[in-house]
Design a protein around this ligand. Structure first.
Ligand code: UDP
Ligand code: MG
Length: 142
């Protein structure tokens, strides 16, 4: 059993799709372990997406991610990171497989409904970014 981080992004929350998306993750075998709802500050979004700071889409991504409330969720499953990435689909919804969260719910490559950690080390970092030790004892584990 290990853990990963999903974020239901501001586009999906604003569109009233958070419940459907969380249900879809549960159907994919991912069990919610901790949940929050918050609006990221610019500093938080810049830090969370630090790895993309030199990419042309960085400023726009930060503006999008701070545009309204989002829902970070710690998910637990065997092979949690890969399981979530398969459930959410490719970054661009036009390239996402049928039935994936992004294919069903995303508007564009930027406004793509959901985040998923891309590796176990990044899952641990991202869980620690949003959740305190008392909320997820032993952090990301996996
Ligand atoms: N993004 C974008 N344009 C791009 C690539 C990415 O706006 O050409 C945004 C999109 O919201 C994406 C996020 O930046 O989810 C992080 O990009 P990454 O390449 O890590 O994609 P992901 O891991 O989310 O599939
Ligand atoms: Mg990524």
């Amino acid at each position: 059993m290990n853990r990963t981080l999903a974020i239901v992004k501001p586009d999906a929350v604003a569109a009233g799709r958070a419940g459907q998306i969380i249900a879809q993750l549960e159907s994919a075998g991912l069990r919610p372990r901790a949940v929050r709802m918050l609006t990221m500050t610019r500093a938080q979004a810049r830090s969370f997406y630090e790895v993309h700071r030199d990419r042309p889409f960085y400023d726009s991504l930060v503006a999008f991610m701070t545009s309204g409330p989002c829902i970070p969720i710690v998910l637990e499953a065997p092979g949690a990171v890969g399981r979530l990435r398969r459930a959410i689909g490719a970054t661009d919804p036009a390239e996402a497989a049928p039935g994936t969260v992004r294919r069903l719910h995303a508007e564009s490559k930027e406004r793509n409904a959901i985040h998923g950690s891309d590796s176990d080390p990044n899952a641990r970092r991202e869980i620690g970014f949003f959740f305190a030790e008392c909320e997820v004892p032993d952090g990301g584990r996996g």
